[in-house]
Structures are given as structure tokens and as C-alpha cells.
Design a protein around this ligand. Structure first.
Ligand code: F6R
Length: 250
């Protein structure tokens, strides 16, 4: 638990930078699973600062983003491709051929093949070393909405109405929010070596409490994280405010 999001973001960014540098010294790539939305922005700001001021190079980094709305043009204001370019990639030396984000422009009949290829590319890169996550108020991780089971992989999903409502402001109205997305699955996420989930703000406190203290259930996909051997939740006081840790056996 942290006083604020910026302290937590610094801790996560430092862990990433250490891993990237360790891998670079060993002549190896570092595979990062990345998230969009408001939650990881502080981590990206800190990585950009480290690149500028502390010689952090991301040339050995391979990235796989969790998700993208479908359909979605890469240059649209709400596109996760655009988000990643503006909030990280345009400001660091990551190689464009090492960046992977689900494609919101492909024909619907090709999505299945695209998703299979996405999984193959993650495997070919050696798997994800560190996965960054936010959490939705439905308990989604990536866009794995309630009823996403632990064995799900990258696929097209239907977005929950809570998630669409939460996105409505960004899209200038609920009617403009896509009904679908392409997302890594719960299993894809659980296969990562390390998982770092961040949650900030009072509006996340109820779902954080259910995720950390509740039973594992597909109606809250984030609860599957309890089964992972190296997962950390980094929260501000507001997001952690409903946790009664003395009652937590996990
Ligand atoms: C984003 C993603 C989502 C978000 C979640 C929280 O790539 O996969 O699971 O992490 O919806 O969004 P914010 O951070 O905007 O509260």
C-alpha cells in the first residue's frame, strides 16, 4: 500500500528498469506485458524519465499489450495503439518491430487466426517476464469480463455494460463505445512470470477487496490471480480502504 499512485508507480517502474537492465547485461530480451488506461500512466511517465535522465534503454524490450477495442482504428483518439505511442513508445528507444498490440482493424473472420498468432508470438518470445495490470470495476483483467475462466487465451470478447459505461466519457457517449474487444486471456496473463496489478482510487476499493479476500470465481476473473506464485497488488490508501487484512488468509 502506498500513500499515492506516484509512489507506487515509481516502485513498479524501478522493478521494470532493473529487470530490463539485468537482461540487457546478459544479452537477453525482456518481455513485458503492458496495460492501457489511467492506471499505468505513472509507470510509463517514470520509464520515460529514466530513459531521458538515467540512461535506461528499452532496445532489448519486447512488448505485448493486453487488449484493444474492436473495431478500432489505430489513430482514433480511444485506440490503445495511439495510447501506447503517446504515453510510452514515442518517447523511448523500444524497437517498433518488438511492439505487439491486438489489431482492431482486421476483418472479423480473421480475428481467430490473429489471436492464435498473438499467443504463438508470446510463446516464441519466451513468455512474458512481467505483466502490468489494472483492474476494472467488474473484476476484469485485460478485458476478461465476468465468466472468463482460468483457461481462456487471446480472443474476441463482448464488453460488460459496466465497462462500457466507464468508457463512455472517453468516447463522448455510451453509444460510441465498441461492444467488443480483443484481449489476452486469463491463462495468457497467469502464464507471466511476474504480475504487478495496480489499483488507485476509492472507486476500485470494492473490487480490490473482493479480488484479494473473496473466493476464486470466474464471476470475478481477477480472483484467479490468487493462484499465481509471483503477483503483487500495488494500491493507494483509497483503493485499499476496504481491505480488512486481519481477515485475509491468502
Ligand atoms: C487496459 C485493461 C483494463 C484496465 C482496467 C482499468 O489495457 O486491460 O483491464 O486496466 O479497465 O482501467 P483504468 O486504469 O482506466 O481504471
Amino acid at each position: 500500500m502506498f500513500k499515492n499512485a506516484s509512489e507506487a508507480s515509481q516502485v513498479v517502474a524501478t522493478e521494470i528498469a532493473t529487470l530490463v537492465r539485468e537482461r540487457a547485461s546478459a544479452g537477453k530480451p525482456c518481455v513485458l506485458g503492458l496495460a492501457t488506461g489511467s492506471t499505468p500512466m505513472g509507470v510509463y511517465r517514470e520509464l520515460i524519465r529514466m530513459h531521458r535522465d538515467e540512461n535506461l534503454s528499452l532496445r532489448n524490450v519486447v512488448t505485448f499489450n493486453l487488449d484493444e477495442y474492436f473495431p478500432m482504428a489505430p489513430d482514433a483518439a480511444q485506440s490503445y495503439v495511439r495510447f501506447m505511442n503517446e504515453n510510452l513508445f514515442d518517447h523511448v528507444d523500444v524497437l517498433s518491430e518488438n511492439v505487439h498490440i491486438p489489431d482492431g482493424t482486421i476483418a472479423e473472420e480473421s480475428v481467430g487466426k490473429f489471436c492464435d498468432d498473438y499467443e504463438s508470438k508470446i510463446a516464441a518470445a519466451g513468455g512474458i517476464d512481467l505483466q502490468l495490470l489494472g483492474i476494472g470495476r467488474t473484476g476484469h483483467i485485460g478485458f476478461n469480463e465476468p465468466r472468463s475462466d482460468a483457461d481462456t487465451v487471446t480472443r474476441m470478447v463482448v464488453l460488460n455494460s459496466v465497462t462500457r459505461n466507464d468508457a463512455a466519457e472517453n468516447f463522448d457517449g455510451l453509444e460510441n463505445v465498441p461492444h467488443h474487444a480483443v484481449t489476452m486471456g486469463v491463462q495468457t496473463i497467469l502464464n507471466a512470470q511476474r504480475i504487478r496489478l495496480m489499483a488507485y482510487g476509492e472507486h476500485k476499493s470494492a473490487i480490490v477487496e473482493r479480488t484479494v479476500c473473496g473466493d476464486i470465481t470466474e464471476s470475478i476473473p481477477a480472483t484467479f490471480l490468487q493462484q499465481h506464485g509471483d503477483v503483487r497488488f500495488l494500491m493507494d490508501d483509497a483503493a485499499a480502504s476496504k481491505l480488512n487484512l486481519s481477515n485475509t488468509s491468502k
